[in-house]
Design a binder for this molecule. Structure first.
Ligand code: SF4
Length: 101
């Protein structure tokens, strides 16, 4: 069963930019890209991880990433986050949390 991901609206945002930022647990992320689909501020990029990023992962998460095509999410525009929480709700792996800056 597939879930339709709808982009959050800016009205759902709770904080001004620069107050919080998303942190991605790369041991959990499977590159599903739900975060990128729902974020109203284009915070996320989903791409193949580099060799250096691969070697930074423990063995089991590394194998999991390879099994999912080597793709993971990165918060390339974290300063634009306005705390709507849509990415947290959308992530099937519960890999995202918000951290106060
Ligand atoms: S909480 Fe997540 S979806 Fe919402 S603005 Fe921040 S990064 Fe984007």
């Amino acid at each position: 069963m597939s879930r339709v991901q709808t982009r959050a609206t800016p009205e759902e945002c709770k904080q001004p930019s620069g107050t919080v930022r998303p942190l991605i647990d790369h041991r959990r992320c499977e590159g599903a890209a739900a975060c990128a689909a729902v974020c109203p501020h284009d915070v996320f990029e989903v791409r193949k991880i580099t060799r250096a990023e691969q070697t930074a992962l423990p063995l089991l998460p590394w194998l999991k990433v390879l099994a999912h095509g080597g793709r993971q999410a990165f918060a390339i525009n974290a300063d634009a986050c306005q705390a709507c929480g849509a990415c947290i709700a959308a992530c099937p792996e519960k890999a995202i949390r918000l951290e106060r800056v």
